[in-house]
Design a protein around this ligand. Sequence first.
Ligand code: NAD
Length: 271
Amino acid sequence: MSENEFPAGDLLKGKRGLIMGVANKNSIAWAIAQQLHAQGAELAFTYVGEALERRVRPLAESLNAPVILDCDVTDDASMAATFKAIEDQWGSMDFLVHSIAFADKDALKGSFVENTSRDVFKRAMDVSAFSFVDAANRASKLMPAGGSMITLTYLGSERVIPNYNVMGVAKAALEAATRYIARDLGPKGIRVNAISAGAIKTLSLGGISGARSLLSEGKAWAPMRENTDPAGVAGAALYLLSDLGKSCTGETHHVDAGFHIVGMPEEPDAE
Ligand code: NAD
């Protein structure tokens, strides 16, 4: 991805926000971070675990991040420490990017009904849906002058996608949560939206059985006949997190080369 894929400007000059969910340079959150930085935002980052720190810290430092913290969203103490560090550093914040999901690999293949145990279901919901409720609540306390938040979702919440299974159910909860959080925080001047991205080659995508066909079928079915460009997702994030997105809240915005509008693929020889 080249620099000029992220147009420079000052749409976020003087704004400060937290990016949760960079694992490496292929992460969707990293494309978003680069775009927000190019528009003047100051960014803090969280990662999870020492192994990922080695990848995330240099990336975050390259954008002059003043706060780079280990944060496991399933751990209350870790979440509290993260938002305390943000408060200590900045006093307040303007935006939040939540780009986090997890489900056990064995559940992301085959039969949803047979492969989803109670533990698998609870873990997927905790990491992939509840964590946004929790992060939004904590972030909102640091947004006295209003703000904006986004999360990342996928079409598997609305339609059955092979092997997406429990993650689709968690994403449905995440999108519903986005609407309820938007209702609660709207009176405080805080907008809350979800971006439904098309399939993109990342660490998380690799955990889904048959991930390659999500990319190849996605490309074949999409009206634009291309895979989703992370830069397009980053552009949508910039719109939603800046004043360009004023009056938009509670929305699930698809950025997937149009994949979500198609009900049936074209016949190969149709013309
Ligand atoms: P990624 O693997 O780069 O990012 C997922 C992140 O979740 C990682 O940084 C990981 O460390 C973090 N995470 C997992 N468990 C965590 C925990 N307990 N505490 C804190 N962080 C935790 O992959 P990505 O594709 O960039 O995924 C980002 C978001 O985008 C996810 O919500 C994913 O479902 C969503 N999404 C991805 C695609 C795609 O095709 N890649 C499409 C639509 C939506």
